[in-house]
Design a protein around this ligand. Structure first.
Ligand SMILES: Cc1ncc(COP(=O)(O)O)c(C=O)c1O
Length: 434
């Protein structure tokens, strides 16, 4: 039998890197087996260390909306690299990227560029606390906002109690201001505001939660959340690290603005697509709030590599492509075709299956209907999901190796890729039935 180079690399990696990976979900622990080590990628595919090709539905967990190695993005990155990797001084491209973001998000008047979604979410919360002079924050169970200490928290035993750390190394005092509520639960939200409204700096939410697979905040829930934040002077922080420039050009906030006239979040957190695969993220909002940041205001925030010239070139070139008028309708059509195909294949095989999508992001569950919150997501059949994951992997289709992660389609996925994926899924669904 030929040697498995993925396994060899995994063993080498495990000797030096905890768990063999530099971010936990890559380790395949939820599904078992050997992670694929990527040798190279092009368009909708990547090739692993054994030379096997996969249709990639992760796309670096969201950023690769144009697929891998888009020629115009590559050209922009190569040109920027020859001009200098990093200066620690301002550049024109940072302004251009800020202009591009502001143009498409009416809620954002000013932006600050940073290097990761974690940094952007952490900084937005500091800004919300600084701007309101309040300490408490609300987050929702199943939403992820990066790994800042105060956000690694699970719900306490009752509504009036604050959370407990979910990670060792986070002292309980650090999460004592973080309330964790159930997603899409209006009654709990109202109760929390009634009890803590005057002390709330902000509510941070993934409007379409991609860290519990794909769960939309319902329109009535979002409408009430907006009303309560406004009424109590708490800032509504949309974490659009995943959904920003991915579910629509105007991001998830534009999806809610269609259903709720005049709807806007206060602060917006971005990452992933705006960097096109390079380390770049941002947060933004109204001028009066953003001007609370250093060097203008008292809220400190900084970064050696913030607004990196190569990353901004990559982000700008990516945004240039996705702002073409036909881009999002075509991407949404492709994603919908994938979701419809998967639904039909599961139904034919008699496998309980529910799926949803928006723009270039999708999610599916081995459940009879779409869940509305984290406990419902966790009712998914994990061993069955593991079989589905490995069945697809064996057939050259790479989806997220955990049932609580979303999937991503790029403009590089062809109709044939989608058809092949649906065919592979049909085979696996039939094997799940028996
Ligand atoms: C919604 C959301 N917020 C924040 C983050 C953290 O971003 P990063 O991994 O770039 O630190 C992620 C990462 O997946 C995310 O999905």
């Amino acid at each position: 039998m030929a040697t498995d180079k993925n396994l060899e690399l995994f063993e080498r990696a495990r000797a030096l890197i905890p768990g063999g990976v530099n971010s936990p979900v890559r380790a395949f622990r939820a599904v078992g087996g050997t992670p694929r080590f990527v040798a190279r990628a092009q368009g909708a595919y990547f090739w692993d260390a054994n030379g096997d090709r996969y249709i990639d539905y992760i796309g670096s967990w969201g950023p690769m909306i144009l697929g891998h190695g888009h020629p115009r993005v590559l050209e922009a990155v190569q040109k920027a690299a020859t001009e200098g990797f990093s200066f620690g001084a301002p550049t024109e491209r940072e302004i251009e990227l800020a202009e591009e973001i502001v143009k498409h998000l009416p809620a954002v008047e000013m932006v600050r560029l940073v290097s990761s979604g974690t940094e952007a979410a952490m900084s937005a919360i500091r800004l919300a606390r600084g701007a309101t002079g309040r300490s408490h924050i609300i987050k929702f169970e199943g939403c992820y906002h990066g790994h800042a200490d105060a956000l690694l928290v699970k719900a306490g035993s009752g509504l009036a109690t604050f959370g407990h750390p979910t990670s060792a190394g986070v002292p309980p005092e650090v999460v004592q201001h973080t309330l964790v509520l159930e997603y899409n639960n209006v009654a709990l939200l109202e109760e929390a505001f009634a009890t803590h409204g005057a002390d709330l700096a902000c509510v941070v939410i993934e409007p379409i939660a991609g860290n519990m697979n794909f769960v939309r905040a319902s329109v009535p829930f979002m409408r009430r959340l907006r009303e309560l934040c406004t009424q109590h002077g708490a800032l509504l922080v949309f974490d659009e690290v995943m959904t920003g420039f991915r579910v629509a050009l105007g991001s998830a906030q534009s999806v809610y603005a269609k259903a709720i006239p005049g709807f806007k979040p206060d602060l917006t957190v971005l990452g992933k697509v705006i960097g096109g695969g390079m380390p770049l993220a941002a947060f933004g909002g109204p001028r009066a709030v953003m001007e609370q940041l250093a060097p203008l205001g008292p809220v400190y925030q900084a970064g050696t590599l913030s607004g990196n010239p190569v990353a901004t070139a990559c982000g700008l070139a990516t945004l240039k492509e996705i702002t073409q008028p036909s881009f999002f309708p075509a991407l949404a059509k492709k994603t919908q075709a994938l979701v419809d195909g998967l639904k039909a294949a599961a139904s034919e095989a008699g496998v309980p299956f529910a799926a949803d999508c928006e723009g270039g992001m999708f999610g599916f569950f081995l459940l009879p209907e779409l869940p509305q919150n984290y406990p419902a997501v966790m009712k998914s059949d994990a061993p069955r999901f593991g079989k589905l994951f490995h069945g697809l992997l064996d057939r050259g289709v790479y989806i997220a190796p955990a049932l609580y992660e979303a999937g991503f389609v790029s403009s590089a996925h062809s109709d044939e890729d989608i058809a092949r994926t649906v065919e592979a899924a049909g085979e696996v669904f039939r094997s799940l039935r028996t």
